[in-house]
Design a protein around this ligand. Structure first.
Ligand SMILES: CC(C)(COP(=O)(O)OP(=O)(O)OC[C@H]1O[C@@H](n2cnc3c(N)ncnc32)[C@H](O)[C@@H]1OP(=O)(O)O)[C@@H](O)C(=O)NCCC(=O)NCCS
Length: 172
């Protein structure tokens, strides 16, 4: 299956919202992406679209967040949201989006990524429980769903604290 992955363009906005609506079965995540685009910290290089025969079938967004550090505040990328059109799920498109996302994040100088998500899905890409570094979720969530990955060895060494999501996440 020939899948192309690239940064989003303005002409993808409607398709990205639609595929998020379809994948999540609700409008909250599409609305989150639309709101985050207006945040000055948004980088279109970190909003990736997967295309099959020119059609947008998957999307992933990485967004910089602050971790209120126990010693010192620091920033990392959070992965949220990601979605693949229901009829295209289970074909490796999500995995490709994550892989290219990691490469892009490294290229842009990010050294670690946080995700609050499916405990059965993200560990296959190297995510580990964020509790290993004493990194806490931005709100009450089961420990197993709060995960992080070091893109560079020891990137999270001696880092700990509580992830702070931007206000745009409040309505999700
Ligand atoms: C999660 C999602 C993005 C994965 O995309 P994908 O293209 O289907 O993923 P891949 O093809 O790379 O990987 C498929 C694997 O992920 C697993 N998977 C998919 N959704 C999962 C879920 N909700 N929980 C656990 N595992 C899941 C599949 O069982 C499959 O496992 P297998 O390889 O052992 O058979 C996609 O299923 C989706 O859009 N789901 C709805 C929205 C969502 O939940 N987004 C993530 C929020 S944290």
């Amino acid at each position: 299956m020939n899948i192309t992955i690239r940064s989003e363009a303005r002409s993808d906005y409607t398709d990205i919202s639609l595929l998020n609506d379809l994948a999540f079965g609700r409008e909250n995540e599409a609305s989150l992406v639309e709101k985050l685009r207006k945040n000055p910290l948004f980088r279109k290089e970190l909003s990736l679209v997967a295309l099959f025969e020119g059609q947008a079938v998957g999307h992933i967004l990485f967004f910089p967040v602050v971790v209120k550090g126990d010693k010192q505040d620091f920033s990392l990328l959070c992965l949220a949201p990601m979605a693949v059109m229901p009829e295209f799920q289970g074909m490796g498109i999500g995995g490709k989006l994550i892989e290219i996302g990691f490469k892009t994040a490294r290229k842009l100088g990010y050294r670690s990524i946080y995700v609050l998500g499916h405990a059965d899905y993200y560990p296959r890409f190297g995510f580990k429980p964020a509790g290993l570094w004493n990194i806490k979720a931005p709100f009450e969530a089961p420990d197993e769903n709060s995960m992080a990955i070091e893109l560079e060895e020891n990137a999270l060494l001696n880092k700990s604290g509580t992830v702070e999501y931007p206000v745009e996440f409040n309505d999700v």
